[in-house]
Design a binder for this molecule. Structure first.
Ligand code: SF4
Length: 682
C-alpha cells in the first residue's frame, strides 16, 4: 500500500557520470569552489572566528586540509574519502563546508553516524556552536526511525473497547494508563519520554509503523509527533541520522519500494564512522526472516494461547482465527530443520546447505491466510482498524516473500545462513559483493558522498577499503595524527606462548597483573575470545580485588554503557572486553592509561559470512589471507589501540601480547600502523 505521507522516491535508474552531477542544487547556484575554500581558510585561520570563539583551542592544519577537500568535493559534486585520525576535529572540518553549501542547496545535507553519542554531539553542541560563530542560521534536525514515535491513532485504538483483546497480557493495562496520563500532561509523543518506557509489547502496539499510517486522513495528523518531526526534517538544512536508518532508506530507494522513503531527499551525504560501511550495508541489503518475528506478526493477529489479538472481534469468523493458529504451527515446523541443524552441529551460525528439506506447508498456509485476511480488511469499515489489518497483511506478504527468496536462493552472489542468538533462530541471505552494490546505488548518484573515519587505511593505503566498500568517483585524503609520538609507549613480547596453544591463556593470567600494576589499574584488556576472557577474569578476580582494582567484565550484569560509566568513575578500574570494546569507545584522561591487546584480531572464519567472503576471494584466484584476513585484522588492531590517546594531554602504554607481531613477516603490517616508539619485553 502506498503511504501517501512518505517522501517520494527519486528516480534512481539514471546512469550518472561524475561530470553530469548536479549535486542537489540548481546548476546556477552551484557553490563556487574558491568561495567555499576561502570561507574555510578564514574560519580556521589563526586569529579567525574559530580561534576567537575557542581561545584555548590549538591550530590544527589537518582540520583545514580536511575542510578544503570536502569543499572541493561539494563544489564539484564528486565523492571524497578521508581518513581523519582522532584529534583532527573532523566534525568541525565537515560541518563548516556543509554550512556554507547549505545556504545554496535546494536539498538538505545528510550526516549519518554509527553511534548515538556522535549524533547527539552534532545536534546539541557542534551545530548550534558553529551556527552562532559563523553567523549562519542553520536548521538542523535529528532523524530517528518511526518506531521512536507514538502513533496517536493506534493508541486511541488500544485505549478503546478492544483494549483487552489487543493487549497480549492483562498485566500491561497499566502501560496504557501511563501513556494516557503522559499525553494528558502534554507529552510530545517521542519514545525518550520517561513515561513511554513501557513494556516493548505495549510499545509495539502504539508506535508508528511503516505502511500503517492514515496520513492526511488521520484525525491526529496535526498533533502527530512523527509528522511534526518529518516536517522538521524536510525544512532542515542538515539532517543527522544513524547508519541503520540511512541504509534502510537506501535499500528502499534502490529496491523501488512503493511505500516511499524514510528520509527526505538529500543533496549531499556525509558518512561519518565510515569504517563500518561494508557490514552496515550487508546487513540492510539482504534478506532476513526470524522465527520470533514471524510468530510475533501472527500473534498480533491471533494468539491461540492467550485468545487475544486483532481478530478477536465481533464479526470475525472463528475459521480465520483457526487459519492463523494453523499458520503458527506450520511456522514452528518450517524453522525446525534449521534449528536442528544448528543444534546437531553445536554452532550458533551455519551456512544452510541447498538440499536442506523444510516443510512447504508454511508458505501455502500463509498464502491462504493472506487471501482471507485481504477480504476481511476490504470489508472493514473502521479506517483505524482497517489500517491495522492492512499492516498485518503487509507483514504476512513480506514474510512469504522473504521465505520464498531464502528457499529458492533468489538473490545472486549471496550467502544463506541460519543463526541462533539466545535460542532465537533467524535466517539470512547476505550479499557478498557489497562493493558493486554500493558502487551503483550510493557512489554513482546525483549527490556527492563524503566518507570519513579515523581508521580506513592499511599501511597508509586505501586500496583495501575501496575494494570492500566500492568507493569511486572521488578524491581520497589521509591525514596525519595531530598527536605527538611521545604520548604513548608501545611494548610487545618476543618470548611468549603461541596464541593457538593452551599455554597462552595461562601466560596471560600470569602476566596481566604485572602489566596492569604499571598503571595501577586504569587499563582496557581487549580479547578476541569470550571464553578466554572469562577464564582470565575468573582466575584474576581475587587478585584484582586485593589490589583495589575493580574488574569490569563484558557479558556480566552491567550493560556496555554502564561498564564504561563505571570505568570512568572508578579511576583505578580494569575493563575486560571483547568485540564491541575494540571500537567506538572514548575514554579520555587518566582513567584509561593502558590498552592491552591480548591477541592479534584475526576474524575467525567460523561465521558463515566471513567464510563465504574468504571462499569468494579464493574462487577469484586470490589469497584470502592477504586480501581479507590480514587487512581486516590490521584495521581492527588500529581501532583497538586507538582507544588510548584521545586528547593531546593523554599519556599511556599500549601493550600487545601476541608474539606473532615479531615472529611473523605479516607482523610488519601491524607494526607499521603504530607511530609510537617500540619496546620489546624480553
Ligand atoms: S498521522 Fe499516521 S502516524 Fe500520525 S497518528 Fe495518524 S496514523 Fe499515526
Amino acid at each position: 500500500m502506498m503511504d501517501e505521507t512518505d517522501f517520494p522516491v527519486d528516480d534512481f535508474a539514471a546512469d550518472f557520470d561524475v561530470a553530469d552531477f548536479e549535486v542537489g542544487y540548481d546548476v546556477d547556484q552551484r557553490p563556487d569552489v574558491a568561495a567555499l575554500e576561502e570561507g574555510c581558510r578564514t574560519f580556521f585561520a589563526p586569529g579567525g572566528p574559530l580561534q576567537s570563539a575557542m581561545p584555548e583551542g590549538e591550530e590544527r592544519p589537518q582540520q583545514l586540509e580536511m575542510a578544503l577537500a570536502i569543499s572541493r568535493a561539494l563544489a564539484k559534486g564528486a565523492n571524497c574519502c578521508i581518513e581523519a585520525p582522532t584529534g583532527v576535529g573532523k566534525s568541525f572540518a565537515y560541518l563548516v563546508p556543509l554550512f556554507e553549501r547549505s545556504r545554496l542547496a535546494g536539498r538538505c545535507a545528510l550526516i549519518t553516524t554509527e553511534t548515538i553519542h556522535l549524533q547527539e554531539q552534532l545536534i546539541e553542541k557542534d551545530i548550534p556552536f558553529l551556527s552562532e560563530v559563523m553567523g549562519i542560521p542553520i536548521k538542523a534536525a535529528l532523524a530517528k526511525g518511526r518506531r521512536n514515535y507514538l502513533c496517536r491513532r493506534r493508541f486511541a485504538l488500544l485505549s478503546g473497547e478492544q483494549r483487552d483483546a489487543l493487549l497480549p497480557l492483562p498485566s500491561l493495562v497499566g502501560d496504557v494508563a501511563r501513556i494516557a496520563s503522559a499525553l494528558e500532561n502534554g507529552a510530545s509523543g517521542e519514545r525518550d519520554n520517561p513515561d513511554f518506557r513501557v513494556d516493548p509489547a505495549t510499545w509495539d502496539l502504539v508506535c508508528c509503523e511503516v505502511g500503517n499510517c492514515l496520513g492526511g486522513k488521520c484525525e491526529f495528523f496535526r498533533e502527530c509527533a512523527y509528522m511534526r518531526a518529518r516536517r522538521k526534517w524536510e525544512e532542515a538544512d542538515i539532517v543527522v541520522a544513524n547508519h541503520a536508518l540511512f541504509f534502510t532508506d537506501l535499500a528502499m530507494r534502490c529496491g523501488g519500494e512503493t511505500a516511499g522513503t524514510l528520509l527526505p531527499n538529500y543533496g549531499a551525504v556525509l558518512i561519518d564512522e565510515a569504517h563500518t560501511l561494508e557490514n552496515n550495508a550487508a546487513e540492510h541489503l539482504g534478506i532476513h526472516v526470524s522465527k520470533s518475528g514471524v510468530l510475533h506478526a501472527l500473534n498480533k493477529l491471533y494468539n491461540p494461547e492467550s485468545a487475544r489479538g486483532l481478530l478477536v472481534r465481533p464479526g470475525v469468523s472463528t475459521a480465520l482465527r483457526a487459519a492463523v493458529a494453523s499458520c503458527r504451527d506450520e511456522a514452528y515446523g518450517w524453522f525446525a530443520p534449521y534449528e536442528n541443524l544448528l543444534q546437531q552441529c553445536h554452532e550458533s551460525a551455519l551456512a544452510v546447505p541447498r538440499n536442506l528439506e523444510d516443510s512447504g506447508n508454511f508458505q501455502s498456509q500463509l498464502s491462504v491466510l493472506i487471501e482471507d485476511l485481504a477480504t476481511v480488511a476490504e470489508r472493514e469499515e473502521d479506517p483505524s482498524y482497517r489500517s491495522e489489518l492492512e499492516s498485518a497483511l503487509n507483514r504476512c506478504r513480506e514474510t512469504i516473500d522473504a521465505v520464498d527468496a531464502f528457499r529458492t536462493r533468489r538473490l545472486p552472489d549471496t550467502v544463506y545462513y541460519a543463526e541462533s542468538d539466545r535460542a532465537q533462530i533467524s535466517l539470512h541471505g547476505t550479499p557478498l559483493n557489497i562493493a558493486d552494490a554500493l558502487g551503483e546505488i550510493l557512489f554513482n548518484q546525483d549527490f556527492p558522498v563524503i566518507l570519513c573515519s579515523a581508521t580506513l587505511t592499511v599501511r597508509k593505503h586505501f586500496d583495501y577499503y575501496f575494494s570492500r566498500s566500492g568507493f569511486t568517483n572521488g578524491e581520497s585524503l589521509r591525514l596525519d595524527s595531530p598527536f605527538a609520538t611521545d604520548q604513548a609507549r608501545f611494548r610487545t613480547v618476543r618470548r611468549f606462548p603461541d596464541p593457538s596453544t593452551p599455554e597462552f591463556t595461562e601466560a596471560l593470567i600470569e602476566i596481566l597483573p604485572k602489566l596492569i600494576a604499571d598503571t595501577d589499574g586504569k587499563s582496557f584488556v581487549l580479547f578476541t575470545s569470550y571464553q578466554q576472557m572469562r577464564r582470565c577474569a575468573d582466575a584474576l578476580s581475587d587478585e584484582f580485588f586485593n589490589r583495589h582494582w575493580q574488574l569490569l567484565v563484558q557479558g556480566g550484569e552491567l550493560t556496555r554503557y554502564q561498564m564504561l560509566r563505571e570505568f570512568k568513575r572508578d579511576v583505578n578500574s580494569v575493563l575486560f572486553g571483547t568485540d564491541s570494546f575494540w571500537t567506538g569507545v572514548d575514554v579520555p584522561g587518566e582513567a584509561l592509561s593502558q590498552v592491552i591487546v591480548t591477541k592479534l584480531p584475526f576474524a575467525v572464519p567460523s561465521h558463515p559470512l566471513i567464510a563465504a567472503r574468504i571462499d569468494r576471494i579464493r574462487q577469484q584466484g586470490k589469497s584470502p589471507f592477504g586480501e581479507y584476513n590480514l587487512p581486516e585484522a590490521v584495521l581492527k588492531f588500529r581501532q583497538g589501540v586507538g582507544r588510548l590517546i584521545r586528547r593531546r594531554t593523554d599519556r599511556g602504554i599500549i601493550t600487545c601480547l601476541d608474539p606473532r607481531l615479531l615472529s611473523k613477516s605479516y607482523g610488519r603490517a601491524f607494526l607499521d600502523s603504530i607511530a609510537y616508539p617500540l619496546e620489546i619485553m624480553e
